[in-house]
Design a protein around this ligand. Structure first.
Ligand code: ZN
Length: 197
């Protein structure tokens, strides 16, 4: 039985995606054995991240400024708005370099099973942003899952009165695929081959 502090560390690490109890114990041990190189810098990084990083009130991205760096970037094309499920999808598209507009992070998909309706997602803010005359196209870059496609269909209807063109990603997104897992080339193709929603 380890010290209560270590047990707590292991319990918290085990809640991270991809880390079960066994790998959490190994990670905790590595941290404790490499105090100066890992444990202390990590503790500092966690504290600073918790203090400084917030959710962008405009697009839902995570950044140390609100509005975030993408929203404030003057080089972005103001006519393009790309809707994604999660920040991980925004990161994936940014890594691919396939998109030069701005984003809107929904915070998930509509899901009857999980009881997630439009109020639980950042949809009202999206409709408001799409109503800006500067915005001409909203790209619904949602996963090719049932919930993702249901959400895209719902959004296309909600956005119709705003008078914007709504498009979806086309080739390359495999059925059941989540954007975060796609390679850069597939994502780039899917973005270029987008079609009316
Ligand atoms: Zn933002």
């Amino acid at each position: 039985m380890a010290a209560a502090e270590i047990e707590r560390l292991i319990r918290l690490l085990a809640r991270l995606p991809g880390l079960g109890p066994r790998s959490a114990r190994r990670a905790a041990l590595t941290l404790l054995q490499r105090r100066e190189q890992l444990l202390e810098p990590l503790a500092q990084a966690l504290a600073e991240t918790a203090e400084k990083v917030t959710v962008c009130s405009r697009c839902g991205n995570l950044d140390s400024s609100d509005p975030c760096g993408v929203c404030l970037d003057p080089k972005r094309d103001p006519s393009l708005l790309c809707v994604v499920e999660e920040v991980a999808d925004l990161w994936a598209l940014e890594r691919s370099g396939a998109f030069i507009g701005r984003y809107h992070v929904l915070g998930g998909t509509l899901s009857a099973l999980d009881g997630r309706g439009p109020e639980q997602l950042r949809i009202a803010g999206l409709v408001e942003r799409a109503s800006d005359p500067a915005v001409t196209e909203v790209i619904l870059a949602l996963g090719a899952t049932v919930d993702g496609q249901t959400t895209a269909h719902y959004l296309a209807e909600r956005l119709a009165p705003a008078g914007v063109t709504t498009t979806r990603l086309a080739h390359g997104v495999p059925v059941g695929g989540e954007l975060d897992y796609l390679d850069d080339g597939t994502l780039t193709t899917a973005m270029k081959a987008r079609r009316p929603a």
